[in-house]
Design a protein around this ligand. Structure first.
Ligand code: UT7
Length: 328
């Protein structure tokens, strides 16, 4: 049995943060941001929007698109690095917002989280007892970005997207191969230092801005291209296909230069690469499903198309999946 994507949906805040807005805030230029990242604007959550509220909107759209109701969902997975609050898990709020009473859990694997989510959801579906699994990638990175740190505030944005996973035939659409990995010795490259058991939040940590995301961008960049290429190649090999067979490459939208370098090394041309970082920035766990949902809504993904998705980020973690598009 395979597991296909039966429905999809996305939700982004209306609020926009443009490069011109950032020029007014930190020492940067719109030209630098576009040249070094490919980003023109990002979406920013309003005060009354949260990771869970965006996830609920995306999840409801995915359930509707799948032609089912919340009662048909047997498990909810929420991939996020910006949880609603430390306890309880974000899935509790998202499930409540969607009217679910099924089990739920969060996956905090940074920008690779959504791929981990569909791999896990798919495996649990294949284990039996479940009919539909809702997987959401949702972030409000604007809440953890230091507005004065030009190394991160230019990059990150808010958003959510979701898919409904459903069983498919052995030779039908679905996940054909995947890879996951994490090199925790590089955990120091991206993180929020304070607020956990290692460094509980105190007035001092807040004075030092340790509640904000810290990133060694250049080193992350260097490792990211290698991680995407190696992981993507493993997933392709396990799926028994090559990049020549791939119709669409949907990479994590981290930085246009990373996307282009990885695609180039994989031998995938621009026409087959889905890019929306220019309008949304880096939305971490939401970025791959957001790019996928947009492409699906635009009619770019056709039944039978072969998709290669690859994400990497905090951890340093990575994950890739090869998926045959189509509904069972
Ligand atoms: O989502 C998963 C994890 N995250 C990522 O994948 C992010 C990966 N990293 C990146 O996307 C890039 O490293 C950044 C966009 C964060 C930075 O771009 P970069 O090309 O790696 O810049 P850099 O850090 O090497 O800095 C180059 C220069 C430096 O000046 P000097 O030392 O050459 O004079 C920086 O101080 O650019 C300067 N700089 C800036 N200038 C204008 C750094 N940030 C900015 C800025 N505006 N915002």
């Amino acid at each position: 049995m395979r597991t296909c994507i039966a429905g999809w949906g996305a939700a982004v805040p209306d609020g926009r943060l443009t490069n011109a807005d950032l020029e007014a805030r930190v020492e940067t230029t719109a030209a630098w941001i576009v040249e070094r990242t490919g980003i023109h604007e990002r979406r920013v959550a309003a005060d009354d929007e949260t990771t869970a509220s965006l996830a609920v909107a995306a999840g409801a759209a995915a359930i509707k698109r799948a032609g089912c109701t919340p009662d048909d969902i047997d498990l909810l997975l929420v991939a996020t690095a910006t949880p609603e609050q430390p306890i309880p898990h974000t899935g509790a709020f998202v499930g409540d917002g969607l009217g679910l009473r099924c089990g739920s859990f969060d996956l905090n694997v940074g920008c690779a989280g959504f791929i981990y989510g569909i791999i896990t959801g798919s495996a649990l579906l294949q284990a039996g007892h479940l009919r539909r699994v809702l997987v959401v990638g949702a972030e409000t990175l604007s809440r953890v970005v230091d507005p004065r740190d030009r190394g991160t505030c230019i990059l990150f944005g808010d958003g959510a997207a979701a898919v409904v996973l459903a069983p498919a035939d052995d030779d039908g659409p679905g996940i054909l191969g995947w890879d996951t990995g994490c090199d925790g010795s590089a955990a120091y490259l991206i993180g929020i230092p304070a607020g956990g058991s290692r460094m509980p939040a105190t007035p001092d940590t807040i004075d030092e801005g340790l509640q904000y995301i810290k990133m060694q961008g250049q080193e992350v960049f260097r490792r990211a291209v290698r991680a995407v290429v190696d992981s993507a190649n493993l997933a392709l090999e396990r799926a028994g296909v090559t990049t020549a067979d791939i119709d669409w490459f949907i990479p994590h939208q981290a930085n246009l230069r990373i996307i282009e370098a990885a695609a180039h090394r994989l031998g995938i041309d621009r026409d087959r690469t889905i890019v929306n970082i220019d309008r949304f920035g880096n939305t971490s766990a939401a970025s791959i499903p957001l790019a996928m949902a947009e492409a699906a809504d635009a009619g770019r993904l056709r039944d039978g198309d072969l998709l290669l998705m690859s994400g990497f980020g905090a951890g340093m973690s990575w994950a890739s999946a090869v998926l045959r598009w189509g509904q069972a």
